[in-house]
Ligand binder design. Sequence first.
Ligand code: SF4
Length: 214
Amino acid sequence: MTAADFVPDGADLDTLRAAARECRGCHLWEDATQTVFSRGGPRARVVMVGEQPGDVEDQRGEPFVGPAGVLLRRAVGDAGIDPEDIYITNAVKHFKFRRQGKRRIHQTPDREEIVACRPWLLAEFAQVAPRVVVALGATAAQALLGPSFRVTKQRGMLLPWPESAYHPEDFAQPGGSAQVMATLHPSAILRADDRETAYKGLVADLAVAAGALR
Ligand code: SF4
């Protein structure tokens, strides 16, 4: 099974958000608190795709509200992108974790889970029709661009979208002239030894995306 059985055809974002609460397209809903869908409106020119909600997001039901989200909002501002121009979502909409005592430790979603959740992402792209898609981190980049894509080598490069997508036929949009770019996930910046340099790199990548909007 995949999310395709739960995605209403041609639905607007509010309808998609409501429908996603009931998704049982893979097993990840069983342990998570709730579906974490997206934030932003249909007129956003930039779609940012992360990996999956984290512990805080799972509890609050909103994407990028934890420390990584705070850092990302600062970087978006420093790169000169209007926050109103951002639609933010994740490749996988439920928190995947393992328990260690009272703690819930993040686990990277596997290929099967990413593919199961992809129909939500496709429906979101269809509604927002962005000018630029920014993949945040390796999981999102590989979900969009394929398993051989290496963020560390190809970050900050604007690529034609959907021609460069892993499944271009999935992402083709009428009149679509969007571009796609990958950069590090903000949580990787928080973990970096040299956080200031890593942050500057994220801002520089996002500035490339901002340039594509002009
Ligand atoms: S992770 Fe995606 S496909 Fe799996 S249950 Fe959640 S919303 Fe559905």
